[in-house]
Design a binder for this molecule. Structure first.
Ligand code: FMN
Length: 228
């Protein structure tokens, strides 16, 4: 059964990407706000889109300073994230208030927040009005990541080293484990096999294996129930 959603609620189905803390600096003042409307847009040049509502103080900070940094927090900053998203830098010095320690970025003035699992520094390439948000197009000028958390992909080996994800309201999550998918093999590995045969083998076998695993799990549950 499918439940109908309001069209304005569709965006919630796409949430789940990592939360970022957007840091900015302008004329000796700094600010930070959480954001999830963040999307990679281009490989070369490396561009990232960040949608910010014009009512946010961060909006002015990015417009004036023409740069920003994205800090990717882990689960230990969950309460900070919620606080930083509930207060505005137009009224409060959120760094002072939340006692967040920072360190110097490599290429931008915006500070970086200690204890995050990754950092991306951006210069502002463009700003487009999209509906009721401004899509800031950031050009990545530096990036760094906690080495135990990431090797080509997030490793997800330790909960404390996983990026934090946002579900909506004041709910967050972290991802489970990293699952490895089969990839099409290059033809030279098995020249006698057509692509169709390899695909059938990989995907149909996958399904059979899943079926077998499900049966084994059910058998195990039955045995446990009988034993207890
Ligand atoms: C988890 C989370 C994600 C958010 N994502 C965005 C976003 O992508 N864009 C946006 O404009 N506001 C977003 N917000 C709202 C701002 O963070 C919030 O309005 C904040 O107080 C603005 O701070 P500022 O006025 O100091 O810039 C988000 C809030 C939370 C809690």
């Amino acid at each position: 059964m499918h439940k109908t959603l309001e069209v304005t609620e569709a965006r919630r189905l796409l949430t789940g990407g990592p939360v970022v803390l957007v840091t900015t600096a302008w004329h000796g003042k700094k600010n930070v706000m959480p954001a999830i409307y963040v999307v990679p847009l281009s490989f070369e040049p490396p561009l990232i889109g960040l949608a910010v509502h014009p009512a946010r103080h961060t909006h002015d900070m990015i417009r004036f300073s023409e740069e920003f940094a994205l800090n990717i927090p882990g689960r230990d900053l969950i309460h900070h994230v919620q606080y930083l998203g509930s207060l505005t830098g137009a009224e409060y010095d959120k760094f002072e208030l939340t006692q967040l320690p920072t360190f110097k970025a490599r290429k931008v003035e915006a500070p970086l927040i200690e204890g995050c699992v990754g950092y991306i520094e951006c210069g502002l390439d463009d700003a487009l009005r999209v509906g009721d948000h401004t899509l800031f197009i950031g050009r990545v000028v530096a990036a760094q990541v906690e080495s135990e958390a990431f090797q080509e992909t997030w490793l997800l080996s330790e909960d404390d080293l996983k990026p934090l994800h946002y579900l909506g309201l004041n709910y967050y999550s972290i991802l489970g484990s990293r699952l490895e998918a089969r990839v099409p093999r290059p033809a030279e590995e098995e020249p006698e096999k057509t692509l169709e045969e390899a695909v059938r083998e990989d995907l149909e076998l996958g399904r059979e294996e899943q079926e077998k695993r499900r049966e084994e799990e059910e058998q195990l549950k039955r045995e446990e129930a009988e034993g207890s």
